[in-house]
Design a protein around this ligand. Sequence first.
Ligand code: MN
Ligand code: MN
Length: 414
Amino acid sequence: MNPNPNKKQLFWTSVALVSFFCYLLALAYFPHKSTTACISTWSGSIKDSIRWARGSNATHDATSNCKNTLPNFKFDLEKSSAGWSGPGGHAKEHTIDTFPVSQSIAAVSMHLEVGGLRELHWHAIAAEWGYVISGNCRTTVIGPNSESEIADFGPGDVWYFPRGHAHSIQGLPPTECHFLLIFDNGHFSEFGTSSITDWVAHTSTSILAQNLGPAAFAIKEQVKGEAYIVQGPTPPEIPIPHNPDVEPSQLSHKYRLGASAASIFEGGSQQKVTEKEFPISTTLTGVLMKLKPGALRELHWHPNADEWQYYLSGQAEVGIFANHGRSRVEHFSPGQVAFINQGYGHYIKQIGDEETVILIVLTSGAYEEISITGWLASNPDQLLATNFGIYEEIAKELPPGRRFIVPGNATLCT
Ligand code: MN
Ligand code: MN
């Protein structure tokens, strides 16, 4: 046997192994090197810069290569297979089981007939934020210190029931009421709440009679399990509580988001309800955003909250960006939901001739956002020029401050 070939073989095998190990190390330390195809690099000449500024669609092309590098963030709520239907109303929902990316929000789209009653219940692990899309409804609610409230809601109105507070919702004339329920916990299921009929059905008649008096016998006779939604007569115009002397709550559960003052931008508007305007809403902020045709809710992110969007009317393209070149673009139509993780960069580009209206819920009572134009404007032009590899003269042409919603006909050359 000649030992030399074996030595040579051993040497080259070692070289190959070491090289492969180094390659793995490099991938671990410089993962962006492996995803350069997904990053839109832009460090060309002034000519290139001007071409880009006049509106080439390079950004879109750059992201299309990485369409699937982030998990799905789109859900068709109105076409959800998870739902409930019966006399008095019907509902659809998403939870982490059907929409895994939405860890911090579960949502329900519910319709109640006039007199249809979403029965007395509470939620053990989530607060409930409601938004009326159409029709009218009435809620009853009680908190742990016996603060109670009965209030009527119409389109654009919002309610907030803190976790564990007991409530009901009932459809009012003249037509069915359609509303959205947003829960601040993705693990929560509206179809698994603590309902009064479920509790009564699973409590002995003797305990119930001692607790509620003779009416307990009639209740036990009627209630065999959870009702969820029941159909009743048209509710009276002025509701009177069972005990008319009950103390009303000083902390209202109702806020008229649709009727609140809007921040107006050239490309659209925004109405916002945070804990500041609506003190009981400590865990969620609501936004009603309207985008005119072609408008862009500019590149931004929220340092303190996940974002949930429901498309009320019109269409939009939403692009999200995480890091290491991971991005994803989706299109949205009425009834569809987007979920964007806290800290992920994103934009909303209006599509089509019809104004796009979006209900947005953020998972914090405080509203925080950072927009790209405000960010860039807070830096020296020389730094921006260095960062992008452009001439300082070009950097000076960047917008002078936050644009928030940019109109459809805007260009960076103006
Ligand atoms: Mn509820
Ligand atoms: Mn946002």
